[in-house]
Design a protein around this ligand. Structure first.
Ligand code: BMX
Length: 280
């Protein structure tokens, strides 16, 4: 029997049927810029109504935090939803099963990479550089929950600077690009950079520098065997290599071991499917 896995991020919603850690079906939809998760979930379940009867367990990974089955954003610039949406209750109703588990998207992806991706069973920190910046920590084979790994929300002493992800993420890149190319997406910034546009290369360089610094700090906090990088920005051509280069001058003992997410954009659905299966 397969697990229905949903991954709802700031940019896209991915639904997948996962059987024995393998994704057998997928359906992708853009996440609306703001609004009512009840409506998003209803249209997602409409779109995959043909999968009915093929799953009995559901895992939901979301951008934001889950407390007592309720979903809240931590940074509304990354995902603009109301506080305390009853996620687990809603999915139970729409899926017609009580076997539903919800967790943070980056924590789920960390578990996916640890159990069947780039972690290869070694403790790791997972970083997703996407709409925002998320993270997940696996220590002694255990996934940490709650607020842990929310690296995108780190702050500096500069009160006006806001949180880290507001200076690194895909959202930030798109905002930086706006004066040059109205309505540009982060993907288009990478395209412009590849075509030799200096303004786009500068935006990527600034993001890379912040990510490299974050990896350095993570190594000092947790000394993980690996830092696995995923997300649409993290996996964009050249990004990870540039972060490695930015770390190049560090003494070897302090240098993080960076790996690309082996499961790519499926890390979240594979991870949440396994967590849901274990719980039920
Ligand atoms: C934000 C936060 C995290 C999330 C991360 C990556 C919200 C809504 N989200 O730091 O919970 O893991 O973004 O999210 O506060 P993504 O949408 O970029 O995948």
């Amino acid at each position: 029997e397969a697990v229905l896995a949903l991954d709802i991020g700031g940019t896209k919603m991915l639904a997948a049927l996962v059987r024995e850690d393998t994704v057998v079906e997928t359906h992708k939809m853009p996440t609306p810029r703001s609004g009512d998760p009840e409506q998003w979930l209803t249209s997602l379940f409409d779109a995959i109504s043909g999968w009915r009867g093929r799953y009995d367990t559901v895992g939901v990974a979301v951008s934001g935090i889950i407390d007592d089955g309720c979903w809240s954003p931590l940074n509304r610039k990354t995902l603009d939803i109301p506080d305390g949406f009853p996620l687990v209750a809603t999915v139970k109703r729409l899926a017609g099963t009580d076997a539903v588990l919800a967790a943070n998207d980056a924590q789920a992806a960390a578990w996916g990479e640890f159990s069947c991706g780039a972690g290869q069973g070694e403790d790791l920190v997972f970083l997703t550089i996407s709409t925002g910046i998320g993270g997940g920590i696996v220590v002694n084979g255990r996934l940490l929950g709650g607020l842990s790994g929310h690296f995108g929300l780190l702050r500096s002493l500069d009160e006006n600077a806001g949180v880290l992800e507001d200076h690194v993420s895909g959202n930030w890149m798109a905002a930086q690009a706006a004066p040059r190319q109205a309505g540009a997406t982060a993907r288009e910034v990478f395209e412009a950079a590849a075509a030799g546009q200096a303004w786009a290369q500068d935006i990527i360089k600034a993001s890379v520098r912040q990510t490299a610094l974050l990896c350095r700090n993570i190594q000092l906090m947790l000394d993980p065997a690996r830092i696995v990088i995923g997300g649409g920005i993290g996996l964009a051509p050249g990004y990870l290599e540039s972060v490695r280069q930015a770390l190049g001058s560090l003494p070897p003992r302090l240098t993080p071991q960076l790996h690309a997410a082996a499961l790519g954009e499926s890390a979240g659905v594979v991870g949440i499917a396994d967590l849901a299966k274990r719980q039920n």
